[in-house]
Structure formats: structure tokens, C-alpha cells
Design a protein around this ligand. Structure first.
Ligand SMILES: C[S@@+](CC[C@H](N)C(=O)[O-])C[C@H]1O[C@@H](n2cnc3c(N)ncnc32)[C@H](O)[C@@H]1O
Length: 203
């Protein structure tokens, strides 16, 4: 990862990690990824040539305020997210605005304009059709899928039908016990990355 991208990602991770959601209080269902931990995972994924910078395609299933999408916008060709709760998705714009100001103030590169977020159920064919319409990509065109545990089994069931062979399913929030999903192979050599992220390859 080049120095400029890394510096921006460190700044972005600090920005969002200071605004983590759901660790305390009633919003546990929408806990947010720790982006500092994700940065360490992303560096390893790039070093292992699993992520091809600027070429890979990414989708966050249950993207909440889109923070993981902004993070991966620096590393992927396109960064798509789907979120069921509109009020959660509505936080994306203001947070992105504040982040841009913080990055600009320190002369750092902004996120790429390749983020596309959609309101709806990530398992709904109508949502998939909207994604195709806006981005030209169907589920079978994505290289990486990401989710933060909540619906990991339901999403795995959907991906086993719709994702391409070789697509990587990243499940955040796991620790030592990593579930198995029919149609996916756990990448044991990498999992759990940073003690939290399990990687599965579609067979
Ligand atoms: C734990 S949060 C994770 C947010 C974000 N991906 C992150 O890692 O910071 C899970 C999100 O998934 C959303 N969600 C749950 N079921 C969903 C579904 N079927 N389709 C889309 N979003 C869903 C929830 O509303 C919640 O915002």
C-alpha cells in the first residue's frame, strides 16, 4: 500500500473509531467495524495479492453508515453497500462531509468517488436489480463480500447461489470459533485475521 493511501486510511480509521456505534447502549444490532483492525487485515490481504488495488469489486452486506465502504473505496475499483435501515444510511452523508474536511485540513487524499450505497434488504432481488442498473454489476461480478456477523448465515445462503466461484466472503466479529458455510471453504491460513475477520472462498 502506498504511503499516501496508508496515511489517509489511518486518518479515516481514527475518525470512525472515535465514533464507534453500539459497543454500549441500545444500538448493539448495528455495531460498527473497528477500522484500525480492518486496516491491518487489508495490508495483509494486499501483501498476499488477495486484494488487487483498484481492480477488485467490493460489497458490504448491511453497510450501516457506509464507513467500511469509504475505507475500501481507496483499495477497490468499486465499493457497494446495502443497508436495511434508512435512518442509519442517512448518517453516511454528514459523516462523509466531516471526514472530507478532516482529510483536507491535513492535506490527505479523499476517498474515491466509487461508493454506491443502496437502501433495502441485501437479500432482495429487487435491490440486486437496482445495483445492476446503477453500477452495471450483478452479484456474480463481485470479488469480495463483507458482513458484520448479524446476518452471516442468511447472506452465506444467498451468496452460495449468486456469487461467483472464487469470490471471498469476509465475516467480521468472529473469534476462535469460526462457522462453516456450505459451498464455502474457510481460508484457515488467514483466519481469524487480527482475531476478528474470517475469510471464506466460494468453491
Ligand atoms: C453490525 S452492523 C454493521 C455495519 C457495518 N457493516 C460495519 O461493519 O461497521 C449490521 C447492519 O446490517 C443491517 N442489516 C441487517 N439485516 C440486513 C439486511 N437483510 N439487508 C441489509 N442490511 C441489513 C443492520 O441494519 C445494521 O445496520
Amino acid at each position: 500500500m502506498d504511503e499516501s493511501t496508508k496515511n489517509s486510511l489511518i486518518k479515516l480509521a481514527r475518525f470512525f473509531d472515535a465514533r464507534q456505534v453500539g459497543d454500549v447502549g441500545p444500538l448493539g444490532f448495528r455495531r460498527s467495524t473497528n477500522l484500525t483492525a480492518l486496516l491491518a487485515c487489508a495490508e495483509r490481504l494486499m501483501a498476499e495479492n488477495i486484494i488487487s488495488p483498484g481492480r477488485s469489486t467490493f460489497m458490504d452486506l448491511g453497510c450501516a453508515d457506509g464507513r467500511v465502504n469509504l475505507f475500501f473505496s481507496y483499495l477497490m475499483r468499486i465499493s457497494v453497500g446495502v443497508e436495511l435501515d434508512e435512518w442509519t444510511l442517512d448518517e453516511y452523508g454528514p459523516l462523509r462531509g466531516e471526514l472530507l474536511e478532516a482529510l483536507e485540513a491535513t492535506g490527505m487524499a479523499p476517498p474515491n468517488k466509487n461508493v454506491h450505497l443502496f437502501h433495502g434488504d441485501a437479500t432482495d432481488d429487487a435491490v440486486h436489480n437496482r445495483i445492476i442498473h446503477e453500477t452495471g454489476l450483478g452479484l456474480a461480478d463481485f470479488d469480495f463480500f463483507y458482513t458484520y456477523l448479524v446476518m452471516h448465515e442468511e447472506f452465506a445462503q444467498m451468496l452460495v447461489e449468486k456469487a461467483k466461484k472464487g469470490a471471498v466472503y469476509m465475516v467480521y466479529g468472529l473469534h476462535k470459533i469460526m462457522p462453516r458455510y456450505p459451498g464455502f471453504r474457510l481460508l484457515e491460513e488467514f483466519s481469524p485475521m487480527e482475531g476478528v475477520l474470517a475469510l471464506y472462498e466460494k468453491t
